[in-house]
Design a protein around this ligand. Structure first.
Ligand code: T46
Length: 136
């Protein structure tokens, strides 16, 4: 977990069915490499808001821009990468041991998060120095 790098984070395309009535995206077992234990979502986010600013020790997550767009800055202690999420059928897999900062929310955006574990505050690294020590 602590050895994960930003290379282990990737965009996952969610299968969709499109016809003249619109699109239907399907998330089911096997779509991505963890079982879902929790689902939450960010909404009514002001465009100048800054979310995240932490890492998780053991949590896998898939962030999906259900509506609108936002950006995710990923850091592994050595490298960083900024990812724009703006397609509701393209989610960002964030593996454990990766610092993330989320900003540039468009008006009305909704960020759906599928998570591999239930909420546990002790899983958070909310201080960047603590994160760097964790990464060794
Ligand atoms: C992440 C981004 C996308 C709960 O009580 N239960 C929960 O499941 C979560 C996620 C949070 N909380 C409480 C903890 C805080 O008192 O809600 C408050 C806000 O949480 P936080 O500051 O962690 O929110 P974000 O938006 O900065 O980060 C959250 C996730 O924590 C994080 O893993 O990647 O959404």
């Amino acid at each position: 977990m602590k050895n994960n790098t930003i290379e282990n984070c990737r965009i996952i395309e969610i299968p969709k069915v499109h016809d003249e009535r619109g699109s239907l995206a399907v998330i089911e077992k096997g779509c991505f490499p963890f079982e879902i234990k929790r689902v939450y979502y960010l909404y009514d986010v002001p465009s100048d808001a800054f979310r995240g600013g932490h890492a998780h020790k053991n949590l896998n997550q898939l962030l999906i821009p259900l509506s609108g767009s936002f950006e995710v800055l990923l850091k592994d202690g050595t490298s960083s990468n900024r990812v724009l999420l703006n397609k509701p059928n393209k989610g960002l897999l964030i593996v454990p041991g990766i610092w993330r900062e989320i900003d540039n929310f468009s008006s009305g955006s909704v960020c759906l998060v599928l998570a591999s574990e239930v909420y546990d505050e002790t899983d958070y690294l909310r201080d960047f120095n603590e994160f760097q020590s964790f990464k060794g």
